[in-house]
Design a protein around this ligand. Structure first.
Ligand SMILES: [Cu+2]
Length: 76
């Protein structure tokens, strides 16, 4: 299992979280998606075939903005 961290902007309520979650789960290869309204963040687990761009496109199609989240553990 691989995971991708995303920053998601534009979410304002639980409906938005549901929309983004469903969009992510709709991408082929995605097996789990945790979307946080408070943190504007999405954690996506996938089978290794999913590209970051596919996830961003799916979120943008729902009307939200997304980008790769910089890992907090990256000290460089
Ligand atoms: Cu909303």
């Amino acid at each position: 299992m691989q995971s991708i961290e995303l920053d998601v902007n534009g979410m304002t309520c639980g409906h938005c979280v549901t929309a983004v979650t469903q969009a992510l789960l709709g991408v082929s290869g995605v097996v789990h998606a945790d979307v946080s309204l408070a943190n504007n963040h999405a954690h996506v687990e996938h089978d290794g075939t999913v590209r970051l761009e596919s996830l961003i496109s799916a979120i943008e199609e729902e009307g939200y903005a997304a980008g790769a989240s910089v890992s907090k553990s990256n000290s460089e």
